[in-house]
Design a protein around this ligand. Structure first.
Ligand code: NAP
Length: 258
């Protein structure tokens, strides 16, 4: 007769960092993940009140959550973001979502400081966050393993002519980063995937100085309407979940056909 094996210890809660969690897709994702039992660090750059609202909504759903101000282009801020997450437990997830478009127009008319900011936030910021996540999550380095989801854009393959080709280039960089890092960490317990939204109803368009862009470009979307942040969040959550256990290096387009 075999000895009964000891009862498995209760699995600990996933601990997930969401950058740009104060608004839009990041806020919807944070609340969706809270519903699924993730403890959360909600990163923000300037929207403290909005981030605190997201944290309150997450806590109402029964998880632990904290808002942390962190500019994703500042390595010390990125360290602080992950240090706050480590206070909740071993970090098992990252949603590298913070991004902006900042300006609309032809590249020739786009000021260099805007180009630099867009490349910094949308590409360097993601590189710094996934780099830190790899350091703390990698099993070979003593971490628990886990999953990273980067937030790309359909712009990465469409190019966004006359709007922001430099943003599209940054997002194409995010896709390459995702594919490469997925291979680097594939035997290390960490999956890396991207979600590429199309046109989504958030404040990003007003942030680029054109609140009417959403209505103007909706006709380009084959499904005939923009997406809602709550329609992007489940794709991100699925890629973070064990249901996606064999999925790494994928770029999942959630774009209404765009
Ligand atoms: P959003 O509503 O404007 O929210 C952007 C978030 O990013 C905010 O939480 C903002 O924080 C944060 N953020 C911006 N710069 C940051 C920085 N330097 N450091 C840290 N956080 C920073 O935008 P969204 O539409 O939800 O966009 C989320 C992601 O989806 C972005 O990567 C975007 O490129 C991508 N995306 C969006 C669309 C779309 O149509 N909306 C389409 C494709 C891809 P604060 O508010 O605190 O400054």
């Amino acid at each position: 007769m075999s000895t009964p094996s000891p009862a498995p210890s209760a699995p600990s809660c996933p601990v997930t960092v969401v950058t740009g969690g104060s608004r839009g897709i990041g806020a919807a994702t944070a609340v969706h993940l809270a519903r699924q039992g993730h403890d959360l660090v909600v990163g923000y750059r300037s929207g403290r009140a909005e981030a605190e609202d997201v944290v309150a909504a997450a806590r109402d759903l029964g998880v632990r959550a904290v808002a942390v101000r962190a500019d994703v282009v500042d390595p010390a801020d990125v360290d602080a973001l992950f240090a706050a997450a480590a206070d909740l437990g071993p970090v098992t997830g990252l949603v590298a979502n913070a991004g902006l478009t900042a300006h609309l127009g032809d590249l020739a008319d786009t000021p260099v400081d805007v180009v630099r900011q867009v490349l910094d936030v949308n590409l360097l910021g993601v590189v710094l966050c996934v780099r830190r996540a790899a350091q703390v999550m990698s099993r070979r380095r003593g971490g628990p393993g886990g999953a990273i989801v980067t937030v790309s854009s359909s712009a990465a393959t469409l190019g966004s002519a006359h709007e922001y080709v430099h943003y599209a280039a940054a997002k194409a960089g995010v896709d390459a980063l995702t594919v490469g890092l997925a291979k680097e960490l594939a035997d290390d317990g960490v999956r890396v995937n991207a979600v590429a939204p199309g046109l989504v109803r958030t404040g990003i368009h007003a942030g680029a100085g054109d609140a009417g862009r959403l209505d103007r470009v909706t006709a380009r979307v084959p499904m005939g309407r923009p997406g809602e942040p709550a329609e992007i969040a489940p794709a991100i959550a699925w890629l973070l979940s064990d249901e996606a256990a064999y999925c790494t290096g994928a770029v999942l387009r959630v774009a209404g056909g765009l």
